[in-house]
Design a protein around this ligand. Sequence first.
Ligand code: FE2
Ligand code: FE2
Length: 155
Amino acid sequence: MQIFDVLIDEHSRIERLAHRLEAAPPEAIAMRRELLDNLRETWTHHARAEEKTFYDPLRTIDGSFDEVVLEAYANHNAIEALMRELEILNPADSRFDAKARALYYAMVRHFEEEESWIFDAAKRRLAASDPEHWAENYLSDYLSSAVSNKSSSSL
Ligand SMILES: [Fe+2]
Ligand SMILES: [Fe+2]
């Protein structure tokens, strides 16, 4: 299931960025802004592709995953709300530190949840009902959305 490897790889990249953001000193205002922009872009690409190519098809294939999928979406929304709050704060504001830390831990918790059991449960379900074809389709979707995101972000 190559798609899981791609998603886990993205998790590590996002986690490193979120860690750098929460560790950046308050006086490094430009660095904090740049890290936040970078994190938002990387996260947004990951979350939208994950929803489109993994969670949506998963709940279509097996409705018993509905609750799991909706909880994952709620986590995505909560993480995005924190990023929006950070965007309107002055990076030198002490509230920025607290929110950046909360964002980092929210991401770590979400990734741990996905990697510790959601992906495994999905793998088991998909292996029983569908051959490699499933993952390959979604992987190619995922990669093409990465390419189109890249080209639109460079406009
Ligand atoms: Fe997710
Ligand atoms: Fe994820």
